[in-house]
Design a protein around this ligand. Sequence first.
Ligand code: COA
Length: 389
Amino acid sequence: MKIGIEQIGFAIPNMYLSMDDLAAARGVDPNKFKIGIGQDEQAVPPLSQDPVTLGVNAALEWFKPEMRDQIGLLIFGTESSIDESKATAMYAKRLLGIHDWCRCFEAKEACYGATAGLMTAYDFIKNHPDQKAIIFGADIARYGLDTPGEVTQGAGGIAMLVSADPKIMEIEPTSTPFCDDVMDFWRPQYFDTAIVNGHYSTEQYLRFFKNAWNRHKETTGLKIEDYVAFCYHLPFMKQGLKALRLILPEASEAQQTLLQKHFDESAAYSRRVGNIYTASIYLSLISLLDHANDLKAGDRIGMFSYGSGAASEFFTGKLLPNYQDYLRPEAHKEIFEQRRRLTVPEYEEQFKQTLPHDASDFDIDVTNDPAPVVLTGLKDKQRIYDRRK
Ligand code: COA
């Protein structure tokens, strides 16, 4: 039985900030942001987009009403959750109209949450091949104005349909997790921006990748020549590039060129969206598949998921025949083209706008947000969502 990704989509806010503009405003050489860090633009969320709306909007890229009764598992990975108790998964279930006999919950381990969901879905489908799972990853990455992390902010979500009838990528059975208790990035309950030891985090990410990669080679016997591409969790492009460079010397010169080309294609969307935490590695996969025109059925892709704190997993997938028929590169192009570029003062104003931290009711102006699902406000301490399409 093949188990894997049947459908996958993403959603991003309709506003962005150019890293050229940010560099000018912060008095930084733009090459530091664009080459040194590897980011060109970052998504800026309006108040009407939160992890729930970003995740559900991603699913609406492919979701059909007839799928409602097939879903037996719904897992929402997020580290910018909206509630300490109730799962984002429950709102997603209602907004998509999934039936009540579905297991729904939220998964948290920083940026690893959606991969925890995918691995759980794999095991679930093995036991319930007649059912399907939806895995969400959606986050808003906030570090603060004029902080070192500001250039790595972002917002977006992905949603995948996982089943025993995969159309895009089959997930291979052996995966290699590596976890260790480290303090590289965290967000205490009283903060709405993350605390990050950025350079230490890069060191840990590379250590985890090297460990997972080496062990995966030992347990599976696979070598670098068995891969055509790698997709990484990309808090910023350069971090994934550093990981790729660790293993490139294992490849022939021709393969190094190919792996570098595919890495650039996998990072193309991320360079324009920024860090989207749980969703990041899956945006890398979508970006690779949308941009690379030399991939074919049977090609193996290595996937490295990392969530600070820290949990990582190296797993692999193989592309399926006619996988291109299930992609939407033209629609994705349009999503990027329709975004509005903010000036730095507009972005700063937007950043400072937050939902009230007390229990007051609050209305959100949704007129400039074209997304199918929006957050319209807070009432009686509850979030009010509207599915308009
Ligand atoms: N042209 C080209 N490159 C330049 C440059 C210029 N003018 N100026 C600096 N650079 C390079 C540096 O050499 C460095 O490259 P290297 O990493 O290959 O050595 C890179 O740009 C970054 O410079 P650095 O001085 O290290 O940046 P910083 O101290 O301002 O912080 C981060 C960068 C990434 C550490 C910071 O943005 C951060 O912490 N972000 C959050 C990351 C995160 O969330 N991690 C956890 C999730 S996994």
